[in-house]
Design a protein around this ligand. Structure first.
Ligand code: DQA
Length: 132
């Protein structure tokens, strides 16, 4: 069974209580349980990982690059949180692992928010984007 990684960056562990007007009341464990159940129905093994540390997210992308190259992973769905707008290192990590498809995902419509959220370093390296 091929693996899919649901990868969440900084502060997304606070979902449910963090600015609910912006991000809603659903918790990260709720989101992860939904993704696991849905993935299983489609025949995939879903792994979920969240970290507030940039390097831990980079290590996970590298790991999935290796799994993808070995034919053991399909790709990654990644909400990089605020690192979206700051991290050239995440951009380089995604580019660096080559063919691994990474879908950038945001709960809120970042383009309808503050200007500092309009730019993403991740988007040019992503295979697709889901926003809002
Ligand atoms: C976010 C948007 C980012 O700008 C913000 O820093 C987050 C969450 C979203 O899912 O809407 O942490 O990635």
């Amino acid at each position: 069974m091929k693996k899919i990684l649901i990868l969440n960056g900084p502060n997304l562990n606070l979902l449910g209580t963090r600015e609910p007007a912006q991000y809603g009341y659903t918790t990260l464990p709720d989101v992860e349980a939904f993704c696991k159940a849905h993935g299983e129905k489609l025949g995939y093994a879903v792994e979920c990982f969240q970290s507030n540390w940039e390097g831990a997210l980079i290590d996970k992308i590298h790991e999935y690059g290796r799994l993808h190259a070995a034919g053991e992973a399909l790709g990654v769905v990644f909400n990089p949180g605020a690192f979206t707008h700051t991290s050239i290192a995440l951009h380089d990590a995604i580019k660096g692992v080559g063919a691994l498809p990474v879908i950038e995902c945001h709960i809120s419509n970042v383009h309808a928010r503050e200007e500092f959220r309009h730019h993403s370093w991740v988007s040019p390296a992503a295979a697709g984007i889901v926003i809002g």
